[in-house]
Each structure stands twice: as structure tokens, then as C-alpha cells.
Write a protein that binds this ligand. Structure first.
Ligand SMILES: [Zn+2]
Length: 110
């Protein structure tokens, strides 16, 4: 049963692949490819461990709808010393991502 959400996320990714392009995230970008706003550097918390189902769903959707809306970053499975990281943010992506998270995700710890 643990793989059902991941499978659903992968199916969603495949289903959406043909409807909207995935923009992804690039450290080299200066403007948001969707909202055409200037990106700013933002310091966000870094979380370690396996991504939750909500993290996966959010990431898949973010690639299409709010690629620069990250308000936290995933540091991988091995615990590191860093607790914060600087990411590129678009103010509109942050608002859209927060609204999407509130509407579609059942929040756990984040
Ligand atoms: Zn944006």
C-alpha cells in the first residue's frame, strides 16, 4: 500500500506530460518562465529524509505550475550540517504553490 501514492504520482506525471510543459527549476534562471517575474534569492529550511507523498505530489505539480515556489528544500536521506539553503523564488509561484498546497494536500509536519 505504500507504493500506491507514488504510483498515483507517476501516473499523474505521465497524464499531465502531454497537457502542459514541465519547466523544472534552474539555478541559472533569472526570470520565472511562467509568470515572467524576476527571481529573488530566498533562504529556506532544508529537510532531510525520504520525501513524503505530499513532497512528491507537490514537486510533480510544481514543475508545471509553480517551478519557483519552493519554500523548503529536500537535503536527501543522509543528515547534513546545513539547516538552510538559498533557492530562487518567484513571488507569484510562492503564492500559487501555497494555494495549491492548501487546496490539494493534507499537511503533515510541514
Ligand atoms: Zn513564477
Amino acid at each position: 500500500m505504500r507504493f500506491v501514492p507514488l504510483t498515483a504520482a507517476l501516473l499523474l506525471l505521465l497524464a499531465c506530460r502531454h497537457t502542459q510543459p514541465a519547466y523544472g527549476y534552474s539555478e541559472d534562471a533569472e526570470t520565472c518562465p511562467i509568470h515572467h517575474t524576476a527571481l529573488v534569492d530566498a533562504r529556506v529550511p532544508l529537510f532531510y529524509g525520504l520525501p513524503s507523498d505530499n513532497d512528491i505530489r507537490y514537486s510533480v505539480t510544481a514543475q508545471r505550475l509553480f517551478p519557483y515556489g519552493r519554500t523548503y528544500a529536500l537535503g536527501g536521506c543522509n543528515l547534513g550540517k546545513e539547516e538552510w539553503v538559498v533557492v530562487k523564488q518567484c513571488s507569484v509561484c510562492v503564492r500559487v504553490g501555497a494555494a495549491w498546497r492548501k487546496k490539494y494536500l493534507v499537511e503533515a509536519a510541514r
